[in-house]
Design a protein around this ligand. Structure first.
Ligand code: GLY
Ligand code: MN
Length: 476
């Protein structure tokens, strides 16, 4: 009997699989024959100068203290698969660099701080890592900027990541960020450094404001695209998932991606504050709460919410709820200018909400009693915060102390959200049946200017009639 070649085992079947690094014929062959392309670092225009200014501000705020910040590493998803990497915001604020496993050391000296960035160098042709290291080998990650290119782009000293430990071991008493403490053995995060970074990051410079404008403009375009997909999502039963995917694709195309988990809450999902499952159906006649933000390539993010009627018309009950939230929103916006205390907008908006709920017979106590610190009954229908600072993080500057944030006067350059809402859950028996399952939020991104404020997201209407028009123009 003859053996057909097709049925034969391959000639080396059963032999031990070779480690390529131990096969000289392979390692010699793959070491050469590559051009020496080296891309420039992936920096957004202006980000190097902005970060240099940020380092100077931090240096002035913490003289004499050596500072360590790190970009972090992607969390493992399973085995050797990782979640997508997104660099730590304070590290990006200080460097403009979005590389993984990078560490910035700012050493305190008599004339201020120096700055050294430690980066894992890419493995180039001729090095084993070129083909064997999935994290830094150029065969795996593509041609990458090296240390010299980073140094030139940022105007600071850049050294191999492997040299960090010897510098750090001499940096006794250094203050390290939370991300750096997580990345480095033997260091605890400095609450004082985190507080200082949050305080400094609150006031945005012109370059940062331009980034936020870009993020907001892209987000407005995303709202438009999502609304335009409503007819298809309805007709084909694609539901919330399709709209979430529509926004996230736009965010990835126009920016780095969504700045937080996109919320698409249709119908009875709208009152669920963080409806990030986005796996429900769209139902004609119901509301659609869209809370979405594009994170720009520089990593500054928008955070905008509108609640629109799926078929272009609010019912009388939906409209009444939306009108009350709109009044609260306007009352909040009116309080934003330099010198007012941050929380003033909150109290102004809450007063409107409590009065409105009382007028509808929904409060078990008087408006005054509800608004008092010992009451808060109105918060049953609005239990979340109704604003926050906005920047590299959606909830920016979160490590600031109360007196730096909630209790501080607003300053020119602050960017914050105002986002009152009413959340009438379908299973809340305190509500009349016609209000159950209605959720409304209006969220704008607001810049504190020299004389008042500017609503960056005002290309989207906030009134019910305007939203009906805006929606109809997109679903027809
Ligand atoms: N828009 C997301 C949040 O503020 O929690
Ligand atoms: Mn928000």
């Amino acid at each position: 009997m003859t053996t057909d070649r097709h049925d034969a085992r391959p000639p080396y079947a059963g032999t031990r699989y070779p480690r390529l690094a131990e096969v000289p014929a392979f390692t010699e062959w793959i070491a050469t024959g590559w051009d020496d392309r080296t891309p420039a670092p992936d920096l957004v225009a202006g980000q190097a100068a902005a970060s240099a200014a940020h380092r100077r501000r931090l240096s002035d705020a913490m003289p004499g203290t050596t500072i360590v910040a790190a970009s972090g590493t992607a969390p493992t998803r399973n085995d050797d698969s990782a979640y997508g990497f997104r660099a730590d915001s304070s590290f990006v604020w200080l460097t403009g660099c979005q590389a993984e496993d990078a560490v910035l050391v700012m050493r305190a000296g008599p004339d201020g701080h120096d700055a050294i960035l430690f980066l894992p160098p890419p493995f180039r042709p001729g090095e084993t890592g070129f083909f064997a290291d999935a994290a830094h080998g150029e065969l795996w990650v593509g041609p990458s900027a090296g240390l010299a290119e980073w140094s030139e782009a940022l105007g600071i000293e850049v050294r191999p990541r492997a040299e960090l430990e010897s510098v750090l071991s001499r940096a006794t008493g250094a203050s390290v960020t939370r991300a750096a403490a997580a990345a480095l053995a033997g260091w605890a995060p400095s609450a004082e450094l985190e507080r200082t970074l949050s305080r400094l990051r609150m006031v945005k410079d012109d370059w940062e404001i331009a980034q936020l404008r870009e993020a907001v403009d892209a987000t407005v375009e995303g709202f438009s695209q999502v609304a335009s997909e409503i007819p298809r999502a309805l007709a084909d039963g694609l539901g919330e998932r399709w709209l979430q995917g529509t926004f996230d694709r736009l965010a990835r195309t126009r920016g780095n991606g969504p700045g937080y988990a996109t919320i698409v809450g249709a119908g009875a999902h709208a009152p669920t504050l963080h409806w990030v499952r986005c796996d429900g159906d769209l139902v004609p006649g119901e509301l659609l709460l869209l809370d979405m933000g594009v994170e720009a390539r520089s990593l500054y993010t928008a955070d905008v919410t509108r609640t629109i009627p799926v078929t272009g018309s609010f019912s009388p009950e939906q409209r009444a709820v939306h009108d009350l939230v709109e009044r609260a929103h306007r009352a909040g916006l009116d309080r934003i200018r330099p010198g007012t205390e941050y929380l003033d907008f909150h109290f102004a908006a809450m007063e409107v909400i409590a009065q409105g709920l009382h007028d509808w017979g929904l409060l078990p106590v008087s408006v005054d009693e509800a608004l008092s610190p010992k009451g808060q009954q109105h918060r049953r229908y609005l239990a979340c915060g109704i604003g926050h600072h906005l920047g590299l993080d959606v909830h920016d500057c979160s490590q600031a102390h109360y007196e730096d944030y909630m209790g501080a006067p607003l300053e020119q350059g602050v960017v914050m959200t105002v986002e009152p809402g009413l959340y009438f859950h379908a299973h809340d028996l305190t509500l009349p049946p016609e209000l159950r399952g209605i959720g409304v939020r209006i969220e704008d991104d607001v810049l504190v200017t020299a004389s008042g404020s500017e609503v960056l997201s005002d290309a989207l209407p906030i009134d019910a009639a305007g939203l009906e028009r805006w929606t109809r123009e997109r679903i027809r």
